[in-house]
Design a protein around this ligand. Sequence first.
Ligand code: ZN
Length: 136
Amino acid sequence: MKIVTKDFHISSKSRNQMIDITSQVDSAVEQSGIKNGDAIVYCPHTTAAITINENADPSVPHDILLTLSELIPQHQPGYRHSEGNSDAHCKSSLVGCSEQVLIKDGRLNLGTWQGIFFCEFDGPRSRTFFVQVRGE
Ligand code: ZN
């Protein structure tokens, strides 16, 4: 089995933002030369996350961010973390810091409406994510 890892650097522009990174992940798969296997997309941050959802209608990421912000308010009297970004930590844990996508015939085997998003919860910041492609 072959393993190829690629690092990506992106800049978020607002405190909460979902950035479509499907084309970057696709390029990592293409460059790896791996035809069948999987790709793990991982972000090494405690206030960001990776998710897969619809990237056809921009209202979907908007509504996901709105729902997360209603579930997890930015300010709560009970928060203890002194950085003031407890909501971002909670959102990161809820959404999760990685996704795994299958690779078929050298392409990401995503559904028609699916895209891969880097989720920023404490931006704007410079961020990193890794794509590890494994297979043959
Ligand atoms: Zn913090």
